[in-house]
Design a protein around this ligand. Structure first.
Ligand SMILES: [Zn+2]
Length: 111
């Protein structure tokens, strides 16, 4: 039954290839995502927590020589450095017109 065997083998090989491609795709998709939190030790508070990895630029001056490098640090949610955008989002920036309107309505409320 070599015909059947060949057919079976090629079908198997095809599905194996499909699996491999699927795996490659998953790997690629994963690498595009921001680092997912995982259990680890926070580099700042040294507690075991869900940590995310952050790339930080580091300048070390040691032995009279400066070295520059990118270091991967793991921080828990509490110690995580906040991005500029997040910091700005916490304090809503009002433009001058909005501030004036706010002041006006506040005065109205007081009078
Ligand atoms: Zn921490």
């Amino acid at each position: 039954m070599s015909l059947f065997d060949d057919h079976f083998a090629s079908k198997n090989a095809a599905s194996a290839r499909a699996w491999a491609m699927d795996d490659e795709k998953k790997k690629k998709e994963r690498s595009h995502e921001p680092a997912a939190p995982k259990m680890g030790i926070c580099d700042k508070c040294h507690k075991e927590a869900l940590v995310r990895s952050y790339r930080t630029r580091q300048t070390d001056v040691g032995n009279g020589a400066a070295s520059f490098g990118t270091v991967i640090k793991h921080f828990c949610e509490e110690c995580a450095p906040k991005s500029r955008r997040e910091r700005d989002a916490e304090v809503p920036q009002l433009d001058k017109k909005q501030v004036r309107n706010l002041m006006r309505s506040a005065k109205k409320g007081l009078l």
